[in-house]
Design a protein around this ligand. Sequence first.
Ligand SMILES: Nc1ncnc2c1ncn2[C@@H]1O[C@H](COP(=O)(O)OP(=O)(O)OP(=O)(O)O)[C@@H](O)[C@H]1O
Length: 668
Amino acid sequence: MFDHRFHCFLKDVIMSEAQPIGKIVDYFYRVEFQQRGSPHTHCLFWVENAPQIDKDEDHEVVAFVDHYVTCEMPPEDDKEMHEIVLSVQRHSKRHSKTCKKKGTTCRFNFPRPPSNRTFITRCTTDDAKKDSDGSCDKENNSSNIISPRIEKDLAEAIVKKVKEALMNTEVSFDSVDALFASLGINQEIFEAAYLRMTRKTSVVLKRAPCDVWVNQYNRDLLHNPHCMPKQQAMTLIRALNEKQSEIFYKIRQWCLQKTRGENPEPFQVFISGPGGVGKSMLIKALHYEAYRILSHLSDNPDEIHVLLTAPTGVSAYNIDAATIHTCLSIGKDIKLPYQPLGDDKINSLRSKLGNLQILIIDEISMVDHKLLAYVHGRLRQIKQTGDYSPFGKVSIIAVGDFYQLGPVKGKPLYTEPTGVNLWQNHFALAELTDIMRQKDAEFAQLLNRLRKRKKGEVLPEQDINMLKQCETGEGADSTDLHIYATNEEVDDHNRRMLHRMCSDTTVIHAQDFERIAKTVHNTCLTQALHIGVNARVMLLKNIDVSDGLVNGAFGTVNEVSKHPGLKPGLTKATSIQPEEERVTNNGGIRRQFPLKLAWACTIHKVQGLTVEKAVVSLKKIFAAGQAYVALSRVTSLKGLIIQDFKESAIYSKADIDTLMQSISLFTY
Ligand SMILES: Nc1ncnc2c1ncn2[C@@H]1O[C@H](COP(=O)(O)OP(=O)(O)OP(=O)(O)O)[C@@H](O)[C@H]1O
């Protein structure tokens, strides 16, 4: 089992396309067993283009280390990471027996040295004359500092004083500088003392005084997007309101019956309600609980019993899920009748999802009949039920709000499909009504009325007045997010902002390869990308869903470079590489950065987003639900600026009401 899990980790994480520690060109590992027999591995990975100590410049090595390794305690509001680091990456202040194995206080050197920056120490045995205690008597030739020469006794005293200050539980320091100042030294003197006392080549990591007990780790490898810490889950479950709890406990009951072998009938529930009623929060609680209970169905911890999905990259990222397309191997351009997956692919899916019991789909309003038919078809193929039971007898929890945006292509689920109506025939409604997001009840109620308004219906006068008050006339040139209905308006605004905000702009032309014809079809890769340092941009492709690098994610350009990789010092940046896409029917390929300017964006890109402030233009609204989604992104009325207010822009489809009234209630 250990071996299997380690290989999954190697293949699906370390060597995956996400390249959490760079591109691996070779590796070595050894499995060892602790005293009580628990196995662990020691691994060595060779990373492509990694700088080498003593061959490359120290600053390049330091930048590489800082990019992948940290020993910073995550902030408390990043609850999940904070708890993981606290429980598995913090050395006990009481130390343990193994710390003292080699006759030292702590052979792992905790508390570790504080430092304002990462630096390298070295003392080669060939050319350095060693003192009897092994400390280095030769001036340390670390090239990343200019270290003053320092006597050994003094160096020893400084290092000791720093250690004592760290062990003193009565005093704490806000920063490395404050700690050093209290001892009458500074970073330079500390480095010189540390280098003088060093016995070998090593890397001293940048570390704040509050992190001296934290072991180094890699953020991406430690973060497990599919597992919520128990403490966090318990807090979430306890906070559920009455309506949320009712649904939660019904589904929990089903899971318990399943594990007791009572064979309950599969269910299909549609959890709905306006924006901010806590649908996403309920999904997280349900996913945690169902995952926990259903894991008792088998001894294999790798078996998947509950799958959390969403139709688009952004919506999947919002709930730490993966896209439906990726999870069920469904391509982009699907056609009915259903095309079964080939033997190899379906066998591979079956080995992963053969024991799936519950599929959760968020943002169901963006799913069309075709995609639902493919979900049904894939699950039937995977489960081989041999009959026409819906979704291969897998239970479905669909979550969303039909009054928000519909699918980009295809017919929404509240309309009549051409074939079997999987939606109407099987789903039952569980509705949430208490708005938990907007503290301002008046604004929340206004949004509720806008959500359901039909074409031609008259809005109450006080609603119009409230919205008109948001037409302040400001915002045209502000850097706040501008939300428009059309790409044309978005492009105009972005072009203006680029010239206003970036002193040095550049145009990156796409590289088009092979038989590129005049008719380049639908691609997000633009022919000419206008860009500059400080430009606000949006990603146009899913690069790494688990890392938030998804279609629709915002960022700011730090550097535009012809060379791959990051400039040293840009430790908090992510390097984006050009992507390739087939753009003509006869095999033409386009290569371009998957980016576009994003001071403004279309309503389609902001579904699911919450911001404090936004400028919303209603001028060219062209579809139902658009105005409601755009206006409901802000948390309060004072953060909303409206341009070109017109009542007629705010409307929903009448057939949604009909569906919501006809759908049966979830009674399980
Ligand atoms: N029971 C609750 N107690 C306290 N806060 C809650 C509760 N339920 C939800 N919230 C909070 O309300 C806010 C909105 O919740 P959530 O994002 O789950 O709503 P939603 O229905 O999914 O909205 P949208 O449709 O816009 O995605 C969040 O900040 C969430 O933490």
